[in-house]
Design a protein around this ligand. Structure first.
Ligand code: SIN
Ligand code: MN
Length: 259
């Protein structure tokens, strides 16, 4: 699958791209089926919510489940990522499902991923892409991602490490910088039915509010990074930044449904 020139131009301008209906209901069912097993509290690759103790993020999924081993090589994700980065050789940097469960799903603070990738993993440039698939309908109510439109344009802003707000250590952007960027480009909310895909870059500032609604919100997230831009530090565990730099090879388009 190739992105159109208009889609590429929109990605360059806004820093993100929403692709409704990229994955079918059957494909979403296949991705949802293993989640209850993968979301075991106590698994070393899982992070739990600070307040409720339920699983917030389940990581390393392509090494724990055969469907997730396929989706990280899905051509509808890999080919657009190659187009946007201009790099043929991309490695699987991180693979997770973020669950923001009904009533108890907590905030993701304002941040951009490159701040963490640079400080913790020694990644040189903000070239990695975050490729999402919505596994539930994502609405204004159940904690969608919010983007500061165009916030990637002038290069990464400053960030500081927050180990307090949630259970997940994150390099975050302060209120003054968020205010300036939000007033310049506005805030966009990434919503859409299950099966929607979302692509955004490493320097784009984003976050998401708590889920106060009675509806769960699960989102699959794959980070692909050019091999030439690989991390140089290994201070985080493998499931937070995988060490295997083998370039992904795309599978056939029907891979999620084929036996
Ligand atoms: C992220 O920052 O990549 C995740 C945010 C979310 O799942 O809401
Ligand atoms: Mn992020």
């Amino acid at each position: 699958m190739k992105l159109t020139a208009d889609q590429l131009a929109q990605f360059t301008k806004d820093g993100f791209l929403i692709l409704p209906g990229l994955f079918s209901p059957d494909e979403i069912d296949a991705l949802r089926a293993p989640l209850s097993d993968l979301f075991t509290v106590g698994a070393p690759e899982n992070f739990i919510e600070k307040d409720s103790g339920i699983v917030r993020t389940a990581m390393g999924l392509h090494l724990r489940d055969s469907t997730y081993a396929k989706v990280v090589r899905h051509p509808r994700l890999v080919e657009p990522a190659r187009q946007i980065t201009g790099a043929n050789d991309l490695y699987v940097q991180q693979v997770k499902v973020n669950a923001k469960v009904a009533f108890d799903g907590e905030v993701w603070q304002w941040h951009y991923d490159f701040a963490t990738h640079h400080a913790e993993d020694g990644v040189e440039a903000p070239l990695a892409l975050n490729l999402h698939i919505f596994l539930d309908d994502v609405t204004e109510f159940n904690g969608p991602l919010w983007f500061l439109r165009g916030s990637h344009k002038d290069g990464p802003v400053g960030a500081t490490l927050d180990t307090v707000t949630t259970s997940y250590p994150l390099w975050c952007v302060d209120k003054a910088a968020v205010t300036k960027l939000a007033n310049a480009g506005g805030i966009a909310s990434a919503t859409g039915p299950a099966g929607t895909a979302l692509i955004f870059g490493d320097a784009l500032v984003h976050g998401s509010p708590p889920n106060l609604s009675p509806w769960d919100r699960h989102i699959f997230s794959l980070i692909l990074n050019p091999v030439a831009n690989a991390g140089t530090k290994q201070q985080r565990p493998d499931h937070q930044h995988h060490r295997d730099l083998t370039p992904v090879a795309a599978l056939p388009d029907n891979c999620l449904l084929a036996a």
